[in-house]
Design a protein around this ligand. Structure first.
Ligand code: NAD
Length: 230
């Protein structure tokens, strides 16, 4: 049986694909007020602004390509039983070839009904506009989790974290809750690395490896595949 590997990723893993993080210097939140573009209240007040914000983000995601970190993570599947839990709303892990990806905060390439959260559809590159409706006739919204809304699949995610023998946490400031608290569930005995370009205090028994995702993640993956410790 293959060993279980868990990847926990955030906006930093996609930074070198050209997708900006929210909180880093120059992050998106500097240009848009969070509560106006990523909350149910913002949606009620100005849906055009919300759709415009996510249409811009979606176009950027569609034209971005997976980077060496995404590809190295996908390569692990040949040797390990891998689950990726991501806070990202982009689809770069999937496009790199990862087959089990849990999106805690939803997916920007999908839309959902604003009355029935179970009615979702793929967007195939199209912008979402006022007047685009689901089959029940209600306005479609981005299928992403806004502030104040429930994070998806937390139970399943906790189980994967608890069962993992090896964990790489990459490109997340671990400040967005409840997602950031997931790592508390990790086994004491598991081998855990935290990868970031910025100095961070590694949580719950992680070893901190400072550097960019595209340098450090392939290094860890190559070591693991070769049967060495990074
Ligand atoms: P964050 O912006 O809070 O933190 C990003 C972290 O990545 C920082 O610690 C930073 O030092 C690190 N980082 C930046 N560039 C890096 C690189 N090249 N290599 C390694 N590390 C790097 O991101 P977060 O913790 O994911 O939380 C922010 C929220 O914003 C999430 O909920 C996420 O859904 C959302 N978001 C998603 C995307 C996306 O889907 N690509 C982009 C922006 C924001």
């Amino acid at each position: 049986m293959k060993e279980k590997v868990l990847i926990f990723s955030g906006a930093g893993v996609s930074a070198e694909s050209g997708l900006r993080t929210f909180r880093d210097m120059g992050g998106l939140w500097n240009e848009y007020a969070v509560e106006e573009v990523a909350s149910p209240e913002g949606w009620a007040k100005n849906p055009e602004l919300v759709l415009r914000f996510y249409n811009e983000r979606r176009r950027a995601v569609i034209s971005a390509q997976p980077n060496e970190a995404h590809r190295a993570i996908a390569r692990l599947e040949e040797f390990f039983d891998v689950v990726v839990i991501t806070q990202n709303i982009d689809d770069l892990h999937e496009r790199a070839g990862s087959s089990k990806v849990i999106h805690l905060h939803g997916e920007i390439v999908r839309a959902r009904s604003s009355v029935d959260p179970n009615l979702t559809c793929q967007l195939d590159g199209a912008d979402l506009e006022i007047g685009d409706t689901c089959e029940k006739g209600s306005q479609l919204r981005p299928d992403v989790v806004w502030f104040g809304e429930e994070v998806r699949l937390m139970r399943a995610a906790e189980k994967y974290v608890a069962n993992a023998e090896r964990i790489i946490t990459v490109g997340t400031s671990l400040t967005v809750h409840p997602a950031a608290g997931l790592l508390k569930k990790a086994k004491f005995s598991s081998e855990k690395y935290l990868v970031s370009v910025d100095e961070m205090h590694p949580p719950y028994g992680h070893r901190f490896l400072r550097g960019s995702a595209t340098m450090v993640v392939p290094h860890i993956v190559n070591c693991w595949i070769a049967g060495r410790k990074p």
